[in-house]
Design a binder for this molecule. Sequence first.
Ligand code: TZP
Ligand code: MG
Length: 211
Amino acid sequence: MKSNRNINYGLYLVSDRDVLDGRDFIRSLEEAILGGVTLIQLREKNATSSEFYSLAVKVKELASKYNIPLIINDRIDIALAVDADGVHVGQDDMPANVVRDILGKDKIVGVSTATLEEALKATEDGADYIGVGALFPTDTKTDTRIVTLDQLKNIKENISIPVVGIGGINENNIKSVSDTGIDGVAIVSAILGKEDIREAAVKLYNDFARK
Ligand code: TZP
Ligand code: MG
C-alpha cells in the first residue's frame, strides 16, 4: 500500500504520556481516535528502546484497527520494527532524504521546521509534510521558537507539501490557526490533557474544519 498518498493531516495527535496523569495510554489514544483524530504520532522522549518498542507495537495495533496512520517520532528503527507508516524528525536529526532512503519510498516522512528556509530545505529533501511551530507558548516542549501566524501563513503560501501547525494549539486559538489555510493541526495537551479526551477531539476537529 502506498501509505504516503492521500493522508488526512487535519487533526494530528502527538502523544505524551506525561499529560495523561496516570490514565491508561492506549485507552486514551482510542478515545482521541473516536473523537476524530486523523493521524497519530508516537512521541517518547524519555523511554528506553525496549519501552518505546513495546508501546509502538500496541499503538500500531490500535491505529491499524481504526485505519489511522501511525508516525514514529525520531526512531527510524522502531518505525521499521513495527511497520509504522512513517517517521517524524527534527532539525537535529538526519535529513528527510536519508530517512526516506532507510524507511522506503512509500513511507511518510515529516520534518519539524520553524522558518521558511527550513521548510524549503525539508521540501527539497523530499519530506511528505512539515510541522511548523511552536505557534503559541507550550509546556509540552520547552526548547521551542515561536512562529507567528503571519510567518506560518507565509510558509504555507510558499511550500508545496502539506503544512501542519503545532505548539499550544487549543480550543481558543484553533480557528485563528485554521484561517491561515494550513492542512492540519498537531496537538498534545488540548486533547490528551483534557478530562474528556473524545469530546475535546470532536470540538477541535469541528473547529479546524479542514476537509
Ligand atoms: N513540537 C513543537 S511544539 C510541541 C512539539 C512536539 C508540543 C506541542 O504540544 P501542545 O501540548 O499541543 O502544545
Ligand atoms: Mg527529533
